[in-house]
Design a protein around this ligand. Structure first.
Ligand code: ZN
Length: 282
């Protein structure tokens, strides 16, 4: 081995790492072209370097793995937070829409209730007035009853007065007006319609909520609605007996606002616990 060889071999590691000066590089390469021995050494060192690289690379990847897991965890958590946030706003949006819808329904519901109450109040008024006209009289006061009929002739077809003595079944309510299957008009003491007393026979209305009756100790008052008014009576009847409560109208927005609140709390909590974790990783 020549003297030059020693110098070249000292420089080889720097040469491989490309850290030596341009002059040294030229010098080494010139020497390599003439010296087989040094060329082989370079070859050998390069191979070794590669082996080291090949061993180190998987090791470095191995070392990175826990960080990757944390990073993946944080990304997943981040996505979950985003999902919660989006869910909350969507849920809130639907809640508001349902709330607007429910308030609208409530307004309609209130109108319906008022209408039903108006129809019921009218039934009570007619009965109260009729019984007043019947009190302290041996016979029905036809003039007074005709006045009452005319007051309600937009809605009523007939008013009939029966003496309780003339009907076997006196189960008709004394508490308030009830819907009845009409008592036969043949038995009536007096039947009033448009234009006064009706003497010719009447075919009773078959519709079970078209006729109302109420009794006191001496008399039964029965009135029949006009065909044109039956739809209103029917609607009032439906509302009185089958209308949902006002709370039912709000059940959907109530349930949804609870869900929204739950999502909101989860979202804020998730954000809270992720903050220190993120800060640490960063
Ligand atoms: Zn050499």
């Amino acid at each position: 081995m020549k003297n030059e060889c020693y110098i070249v071999r000292d420089l080889l590691p720097s040469y491989i790492d490309q850290l030596c000066s341009d002059e040294s590089k030229v010098f080494i390469e010139q020497h390599m072209s003439q010296c087989d021995s040094c060329s082989r050494v370079l070859q050998h060192m390069r191979t070794e370097f590669d082996d080291v690289e090949q061993v180190e690379l998987p090791m470095r990847i191995e070392q990175k793995k826990p960080f990757e897991k944390v990073a993946r965890f944080l990304t997943a958590q981040g996505n979950f937070t985003k999902f919660l946030k989006a869910s909350f706003w969507l849920s809130l949006f639907i809640t508001i829409i349902l709330l607007v819808f429910s308030f609208n329904e409530l307004a309609i519901w209130q109108e319906d209730q008022q209408e039903a109450q108006r129809v019921e109040q009218q039934q009570q008024d007619i009965m109260a007035k009729a019984f007043t006209a019947l009190s302290a009289q041996d016979r029905p006061n036809e003039t007074a009853l005709q006045t009452i009929f005319e007051q309600y002739q937009e809605q009523l077809q007939h008013i009939a007065i029966f003496s309780t003595e003339d009907i076997e079944d006196t189960s008709t309510s004394q508490e308030g007006p009830t819907t009845v299957f009409p008592i036969d008009y043949e038995r009536a003491s007096l039947v009033l319609g448009e234009g006064g007393e009706i003497t010719e026979s009447i075919v009773p209305n078959e519709y079970d909520i078209g006729t109302m009756a109420m009794a006191n100790n001496g008399w039964v008052v029965q009135f029949e609605y006009k065909q044109s008014y039956l739809e209103t009576v029917e609607a009032a009847h439906q509302i009185k007996y089958y209308s949902p409560s006002a709370w039912t109208l709000f059940s959907m927005p109530i349930v949804l606002s609870i869900i929204s609140l739950f999502i909101f709390i989860t979202w804020r909590y998730q954000k809270q616990i992720m903050r220190p974790m993120r800060a640490q990783v960063d």
